[in-house]
Write a protein that binds this ligand. Structure first.
Ligand SMILES: Cc1cc2nc3c(=O)[nH]c(=O)nc-3n(C[C@H](O)[C@H](O)[C@H](O)COP(=O)(O)OP(=O)(O)OC[C@H]3O[C@@H](n4cnc5c(N)ncnc54)[C@H](O)[C@@H]3O)c2cc1C
Length: 400
């Protein structure tokens, strides 16, 4: 049992506040990592508090569908309180954490200090730009607000093109750039193409949405570069069949209100979307812990932080390596299970919501948006280039 394991470890290092009371487990972040951890300690002898700046869990894998008008925000958000309703030992606190006082073992949440015996930080990641100024012109996709802003931007570009009498301006407005050919960029570019060329094809009178130019820009030689080469090629071909212009070895050098400069050449565009890099949450800074270049905390095999045996970091905020020594990717699955550390304190075990595939699990969760995520029978990663067309790497095999 997780709490017992925690208590045993506590005995070795530092005692809980009162020996007779159940240990206080504070989890910061109710994303995939935080909920997975909450689930695994949910029936233990522990007093669990989940702290999040939002009152809902966000199913990020389907954000791109909200951004392209396929789903509404309510379809991909579920109240945290509803998810842990049946866990009697678990409470929820709404608030933004700004620091951790590791000496006093307290989490600073706005004007409150929340004491802990064990702390799990699962505060995720956000997008990162080569130039911070570009964020104003090229929104990334991480929150509901990002998705609705991108959706408004895309739809307004078509409306403004319809209203414009200037051919050049129409062409600019109907040019959409997606920066970053990882799974998110591939999914976004495919979904935008389907929106323009299929869903909206007959909705306008003066413009033809099918003529919209959707360009996917990837700075390296192939899209989905973490996947086997064969899948990258299949994804590229799927996108091209949809009419997406895939440009590899294309480096974005500048972004502004009317377009971008790509490998020395300017592209006028009405919409630029950023899917090209992430930066971990500041959790590592709160702890003064060792971090990688993207701010991910370096942790031990049990996900604890060096010198802070009662503090664990999980999810996108952590740098953890798999058996082959490769850094495990940021996916909707807790790194404890990715690392295969079955004795880890927070291994989600059979009850947990270990989401494994980029698409397969998406369907299972969205069909029951208020339920806790379910375990997928497979382990791997998929990217959907278009409806019914995707690439999956499910170790030891891959398919499309
Ligand atoms: C557009 C997109 C598509 C994706 N598609 C897939 C996919 O198809 N399949 C897949 O497996 N993975 C996918 N991922 C990756 C996956 O969503 C992440 O790996 C996963 O969400 C990481 O979980 P996490 O718990 O570390 O962080 P998150 O799920 O991001 O949760 C972090 C939580 O911490 C809270 N928080 C952050 N800072 C604070 C603070 N200071 N105080 C209080 N609360 C705070 C946030 O509100 C949030 O609830 C996608 C990601 C994105 C952005």
């Amino acid at each position: 049992m997780v709490a017992t394991e925690l208590a045993a470890r506590t005995g070795r290092h530092d005692a809980p506040a009162a020996a007779t009371e159940d240990p206080r487990v504070v989890i910061v972040g109710a994303g995939f990592g935080g909920l997975s951890a909450a689930n695994s300690v949910g029936r233990s002898a522990a007093r669990v508090t989940i702290i999040d700046r939002r009152n809902y869990h966000l199913f990020q894998p389907l954000l791109y569908q909200v951004a392209t008008a396929g789903l509404s925000p309510a379809d991909i958000a579920a109240p945290i309180r509803g998810i842990v309703r049946d866990q009697a030992n678990t409470g929820v606190l709404l608030g933004r954490v700004s620091a951790v006082d590791t000496a006093a073992r307290q989490v600073i949440v706005e004007n409150k200090r929340i004491p802990y015996d064990f702390l799990i930080l699962a505060t995720g990641a956000r997008h990162a730009y080569s130039d911070a100024d570009w964020e104003r012109f090229a929104p990334g996709l991480k929150k509901i607000e990002d998705a609705t802003a991108i959706r408004a931007k895309i739809l307004m570009s078509f409306e403004r093109a319809e209203a414009s009498d200037d051919g050049d301006e129409q062409r600019r407005l109907l040019t959409l750039l997606v920066v970053g050919g990882g799974p998110t960029g591939v999914e976004l570019a495919g979904a935008i193409a389907e929106l323009a060329k299929r869903v909206m094809a007959r909705d306008f009178r003066r413009i033809d949405p099918r003529g919209a130019r959707i360009v996917l820009l990837q700075s390296t030689p192939r899209v989905l570069e973490r996947y086997p080469k064969r899948l990258s090629e299949i994804a590229r071909a799927s996108l091209e069949r949809l009419g997406v212009e895939v440009r590899t070895d294309a480096r974005v050098e500048h972004v502004d209100a009317t377009g971008a400069v790509v490998s020395g050449r300017r592209i006028e565009a009405g919409t630029v979307i950023w899917a090209a890099g992430v930066m971990a949450s500041p959790a590592g800074r709160w702890l003064g812990a060792e971090r990688d270049a993207e701010g991910r905390v370096k942790v031990g095999a049990d996900l604890s932080v060096a010198g802070l045996p009662s503090v664990f970091v999980i999810g996108d905020t952590v740098n953890v390596r798999g058996k082959a020594g490769r850094r495990l990717p940021g996916i909707a699955r807790s790194p404890s299970s990715r690392a295969g550390t079955s004795r880890s304190s927070f291994a989600p075990a059979s009850r947990a919501g270990a989401l494994t595939s980029r698409s397969a699990t998406a369907t299972s969760v969205t069909s029951r948006p208020s339920a806790a995520p379910r375990r997928s029978p497979i382990s791997g990663s998929c990217a959907l280039a278009a409806t019914r067309r995707g690439c999956c790497e499910v170790s030891p095999t891959s398919f499309s």
